[in-house]
Each structure stands twice: as C-alpha cells, then as structure tokens.
Write a protein that binds this ligand. Structure first.
Ligand code: 2NL
Length: 344
C-alpha cells in the first residue's frame, strides 16, 4: 500500500509536469484527489490493515495528498502567470497614439447672453436674484398694477395651474417679492433673469417659453435721467461705444412714464436695411419709472422712494447679435446650432 501511494504521487507529479493548461490540471485533481480518485480508492483498502499499520499508512496518505495538492496549486499559479504575461505582451499600449477627443460641453447661447448682462450690472452694484417659475396671480399681476379684468392681462395670457397659480409671464413677480420683503425699509438694486411663459402659438418670432432679464432700481430721489444714464452705459458696453440711443413713449401698467428704447442699427449705420426694417433703429428693451401704485403695494412710500425698471428679452438680443432667424432654434436642442456659439 505504501508503494502504491508513492507510485500514485510520482505519477501525479509527472502528469502535472506535462500539463499545458488548466484543463490538464483539473484532470489530475479529479483522477488522484477526487471523491472517486485513486488515493481515495487506495484508502478504501485500509480496513484490511493491522492496527499498527493503519496510522502509518494514514499519515502517508495525507502527506501524498498534500504534496499533490500543493503541486497542483503551484502549477495552476504558474500557468495563470504565464497566461497573464502572454496577454500583457499582446496588449501593449502604444503611448504615441493620439488620444480620443474629449467633448467639452459649453453654455447655451441664452445662458451666455444672460451672464454677460448679469456681469455688467453686478459691476454697477446690482444683485442677481432668481425666483419661482410657478407664481401666484397676486405677484404675477395684481402687485404689478394689473388687477383682475385689466385689459393688459390679455396680452400675457398664461398657463394656469389653478385659478390663483400660473407659470409666470415675466420675471417682475420676483422683483415685487423682493420689494415686499423689504417693506419700504431699504433701497434696491437688482436684476432678475429667468424663464417665462405665455400662451402663444409658436412660430419664428413667438415661443410659449422664452427668457427675460429685468432690472429694478429703487431709492430716494431716483429720476428718469438715472434710467437713461444707466441704460446708455449698458448699451455701450453690450453693443459698442458708437451706438446711439433713442427713447419712445410707450405703455406698461407697472411703470409711469413708460418708454421703449431703440439702439442705432450697426449694419447700415442708420441708413436703413432689412435688419432694422429700413428705420435705422432697433428696439431693444422696455423701461420706465416704477408706478407709484406698485411701490405702495410693496410697502414703499412713493413720496419718499422712486425707482426705475427695465425689461428685455435675451432671445431677441441673441437673434439680433447673431442674425438668428427663428426663436425656436433656442429650444429645439439641435447640437449643430448650439455648438456654433461655444467659441463665441
Ligand atoms: C419689456 C418690458 C419692462 C418692467 C419691465 C418692472 C418691474 C417692476 C416694477 C416696474 Cl417690479 N417695472 N419691469 C418695466 C418696464 C418694462 O419690460 O418689453 N420686456 C421684454
């Protein structure tokens, strides 16, 4: 029995020596150490041995088992190592190859325009404040001197959530909220950018969702000349030093007096062209002195405090600046359109 075990050990080691892959090794495992393997077979005959011989053979059998198992494990590791080496040889990386281009995202053109305007007004001491897009009827209309039934509400038909809740039609409600929160105790210099909504049929110049940026300046003794000076500076920085301004009388329920502001057309220098519709002027924003009723509703004493406000559409500004012919391009996410402005 002793010889039998020693022969099996030699055989197994020899087979392992010749093994070329994991399958060969697995076969040795099963043939010699498996439940029906040769060693187990030999040990079945232990019953015939004497009491003295049994522990000696038992010990030897365990030793042979351990030796074969260790040899199997060793060979396995060696083969795996070789396999890995081969793989690494095959997959060497050519570090001289050019890398794959990384696509870097960029800002949406409307975001860039808004940020440019924000930076300009931050430089004049204004604060940027953003507000909710779902608004109450009170802040969207009432607080801006547009009581229920006011005819000007028709021009700003909205998406209603309930009778009293709607998608804001302009960013002014955030300015009304800011005034209300301060209750006439402090001056205000703020600009408010964001998305606004109107119930409109989309076409090249109308979108049911667009952007707006509004400004508000409230303090003691604020005059129309302050409005003009501020907007003049804004135009020169945004559109160029050589631009001229003109103000035309207009109407907004929340300002009195109200104006519309035009800038001189750069394309034709005032001679008239298709961009300015032959007028030499391009309308850029609406503005005015904050209506006393709006100040009073927010808790400001309109005999002490006055203010000016203005509102403009980044969509329109971008369309003029880059000659974009259709407002829907901003909102239909054609990456070829949006990418054009990433280096702008
Ligand atoms: C336009 C005109 C305007 C305002 C917005 C405003 C806000 C408050 C009080 C008074 Cl809280 N006025 N905003 C004033 C005049 C014009 O926008 O054509 N926007 C695109």
């Amino acid at each position: 029995m002793k010889e039998q075990l020693q022969t099996l050990e030699k055989e197994a080691i020899a087979k392992l020596h010749d093994a070329n892959d994991l399958k060969d090794i697995q076969a040795v495992q099963v043939t010699y150490l498996g439940r029906k393997g040769s060693i187990t077979e030999v040990l079945r005959g232990m019953g015939k041995l004497s009491k003295e011989e049994r522990p000696v053979i038992g010990e030897l059998a365990n030793k042979v088992r351990t030796t074969i198992q260790e040899a199997i494990d060793g060979k396995k590791e060696k083969l795996e190592q070789e396999e890995l080496e081969k793989q690494l040889q095959k997959e060497t990386i050519d570090v001289t190859l050019p890398g794959r281009p990384v696509h870097v995202a960029g800002s949406h053109i409307l975001t860039s325009i808004i940020e440019e305007i924000e930076d300009l007004f931050i430089g004049l001491g204004y604060e940027v404040k953003e507000g909710p897009e779902v608004e109450t009827d009170y802040y969207n209309f009432e607080a801006l001197n547009l009581p229920k039934g006011h005819p000007a509400r028709d021009m700003q038909d909205s998406f209603y959530i309930t009778n009293e809740l709607l998608l804001r039609t302009h960013t002014s409600p955030m300015q009304a909220r800011t005034m209300r929160a301060l209750e006439g105790t402090e001056p205000i210099r703020m600009i408010c950018p964001g998305k606004v909504y109107r119930r409109d049929n989309d076409d090249a110049t109308h979108s049911h969702q667009f952007t707006q940026i509004e400004g508000l300046y409230v303090d003691k003794d604020v005059r129309m000349s302050d409005l003009k000076g501020t907007l003049h500076l804004f135009v020169q920085k945004m559109f160029g030093e050589d631009r001229e301004l003109r103000f035309r009388p207009s109407f907004f329920p929340f300002t009195e007096p109200s104006v519309e502001m035009d800038i001189s057309c750069k394309v034709c220098s005032g001679a008239g062209c298709s961009v300015c519709k032959q007028s030499g002027w391009i309308e850029i924003l609406g503005a005015g002195m904050v209506h006393p009723k709006v100040l009073e509703m927010a808790g400001y004493d309109s005999k002490v405090y006055t203010g000016f406000a203005f509102g403009m559409g980044p969509d329109r500004i971008a369309m003029l600046k880059y000659g974009i012919d259709d407002i829907r391009r901003f909102y239909t996410d054609d990456i070829r359109f949006l990418k054009q402005f990433h280096e702008a």
